[in-house]
Design a protein around this ligand. Structure first.
Ligand code: PLP
Length: 461
């Protein structure tokens, strides 16, 4: 190839070219050659991926929490090719396409309650960005333009674009370069019982952390708040599964004060937690639900912001008002075709039920493993969304250094034994929803061995 390298170029040359020209996200430039845990992936089948050197690994993070139906699904590739040949693009604001209409109708049907109207975009950050703008414009159109504030939970992650980043719960680390953030974004503590910010214990606490949201609302004056945004189960907080009372009470608080509830199901949607949507574990219907990742299992970049009927009513009807928001790639028909084929597999193969069953098994194996490993302070999970929280001392719950050499050692050991995943203070385990019981045995066996090496190498700290 005259313009670059062909696929058969030697690995060294590919790595060098990647290091020089490809900027991996959330990474320093050139990490492809400077960090041992970066690799070039070339193929995937089911729960496994293969790198350019021919090593095959169990993909314990489903790519980036998204390859729900597994790798290598030819049906999805074929559906995309059919649509690309028929029509590769319509017009996001002036024309609908068949797959966009079909997918919107499927999502209206799958999502709970009267969630009914779908605004498409390309990724989770855009889905959140859209939700925030819809919430503000909704209040403005109803005659309450002063409702602009958004409350999020500390430690949560809603995306990388400015609105989504501002509504995420981190004000330190790399985020500190980008201020000032969107004004009016506030934060409260997450329902993180292992490290409760209020030094309380469940159930005696009576879930004070959700009442604290109402306290903040009252303090800010409720009629200045547009929305509360939350992940039903927060992956970024460390797979924080809230107490049973939390989300139903949050729904009541939002209703009491006319505040919209945005549930961000970008990770938890499409079966990840053992139900189609995690909010269904607690029978809570948000006003706006954000979806991405598992919507296409990563086969195409697509996301959705799904709104309840009262919101659609404000923007719709004879006197309908245009939303001030247009994304060229919203509802891109090839991506919609990928999502439709993906959802078809998810349902045909009962993968949501499989996630529930295999998730329960994975969690029981992780509890067993935790009882034997002093580096594991806590085990959390719902469905196939699990984490082991690593500590330097179980008794004091001393948190683990998030990006130190010890974590890199653990990740390299896991890769050497055949597992790819991610670890910071937590070791995350979220494999594709098509995983089978023997693969969970293989996965947890490798985690067990890797933790033993890790504890021995650091004699346990
Ligand atoms: N919301 C949640 C809950 C996420 O976990 C993420 C990404 O991990 C996002 C939003 C942002 O999605 P994207 O990276 O597709 O923009």
């Amino acid at each position: 190839a005259t313009l670059g390298l062909d696929q058969d170029a030697p690995l060294e040359a590919l790595m060098q070219a990647g290091a020089s020209h490809l900027w991996l996200h959330a990474s320093p430039i050139q990490t492809l050659v400077t960090q041992a845990d970066r690799r070039i992936l070339v193929e995937g089948r089911g729960c496994r991926v293969t790198d350019a050197q021919g090593h095959t690994y169990l993909d314990a993070l489903s790519g980036q929490w998204l390859v729900n139906v597994g790798h290598g699904r030819a049906e999805i590739a074929e559906a995309m090719a059919r649509q690309a040949k028929a029509l590769a693009y319509g017009n996001a604001s002036r024309a609908a396409t068949l797959p966009a209409i079909q997918l919107a109708a499927v999502l209206a049907h799958l999502t709970p309650g009267d969630l009914s109207t779908v605004f498409f975009s390309s990724g989770g950050s855009e889905a959140v960005e859209s939700a925030l703008k819809i919430a503000r414009q909704y209040h403005a159109l109803r005659g309450e333009p002063e409702r602009y504030k958004v409350i999020a939970r500390r430690g949560s992650y809603h995306g990388a674009t400015y609105g989504a980043m501002s509504a995420s719960g981190s004000r330190s680390g790399v985020d500190s370069y980008f201020g000032p953030l969107l004004s009016g974004t506030l934060s409260v503590s997450a329902p993180y019982c292992y490290r409760c910010d209020y030094r309380k214990t469940y159930p005696e606490c009576d879930v004070y952390c959700v009442d604290a949201i109402e306290d903040l609302l009252r303090y800010e004056s409720p009629n200045t708040v547009a929305a509360v945004i939350a992940e039903p189960v927060s992956a970024a907080c460390g797979i924080v599964v809230p107490p049973a009372e939390y989300l139903p009470r949050l729904r009541e608080i939002c209703d009491r004060h006319g505040v919209l509830l945005i549930l961000d199901e970008v990770i938890t949607g499409f079966g990840r937690t053992g139900k189609m949507f995690a909010s269904e574990h607690w029978d809570v219907v948000p006003d706006i639900m954000t979806l991405a990742k598992g919507l296409s299992s990563g086969y195409a970049p697509i996301a959705a912001t799904v709104c309840r009927q009262p919101i659609a009513d404000i923007f719709g009807g004879a006197n309908g008002k245009a939303i001030g928001h247009l994304l060229t790639f919203g509802g891109q028909p090839v991506a919609c075709a990928a999502a439709l084929a993906n959802l078809d597999i998810l349902q045909r193969e009962n993968l949501v039920r499989n996630a529930e069953q295999q998730g329960a098994y994975l969690l029981s194996r992780l509890h067993d493993l935790a009882s034997r490993h002093p580096s594991v302070g806590d085990v959390r999970g719902l469905g196939l969304l699990c984490a082991l929280e690593l500590v330097t001392d179980r008794r004091t719950q001393q948190p683990f250094p998030v990006d130190g050499p010890e974590i890199h050692y653990l990740l390299e050991k896991l890769a050497e034994l055949g597992v790819l995943t991610r670890a910071e203070g937590n070791l995350y385990l979220a494999p594709p929803l098509c995983i089978e019981r023997h693969e969970i045995d293989e996965l947890t066996g490798i985690v067990d061995t890797a933790l033993s090496h890790f504890e021995e190498a650091h004699s346990y700290l």
